[in-house]
Design a protein around this ligand. Sequence first.
Ligand code: IDP
Ligand code: MG
Length: 139
Amino acid sequence: MERSLVLIKPDAIERGLVGTIISRLEEVGLKLVAMKMLHMDKELARRHYAIHQDKPFFNSLVNYITSAPIIAIIFEGEKAVEVIRKTMGATDPAKAEAGTIRGDFGLDIEHNTIHGSDSTETATEEIKLFFGEDEIFSY
Ligand code: IDP
Ligand code: MG
């Protein structure tokens, strides 16, 4: 079964949206197999977002994601990566469709509420940054 990494970002935790976001992902049939709350340090943030290291928003993104605790979750399900990306909506909340998590709750292109892996390969790499195999539940 496919796995993907979700991060509930600081803006969502601050606004009390954790339950709503988890519900939306459970409602589309995804199963929680690991979850933890943590305060990412800069090194973890730079590794997680390494692909963006040359972008103009990189430093701001690292500062934001390390500004307060986040919740890291592994969801498992049929086509989990694709299903999560669809449920999240476009990166920019202004462009995300109504009914998607970012479309309904995102504040701006940086403070967009949730992260979801963009491919199965990325998911495997990202999951390793946040969880050991012994922390992942098997049904
Ligand atoms: P994704 O989260 O939809 O995969 P990416 O392009 O991988 O989007 O960007 C990673 C994160 O970086 C976004 O979720 C958002 O928080 C932030 N970000 C992306 N583009 C911008 C931008 O143009 N300005 C500021 N922050 C951005
Ligand atoms: Mg991405």
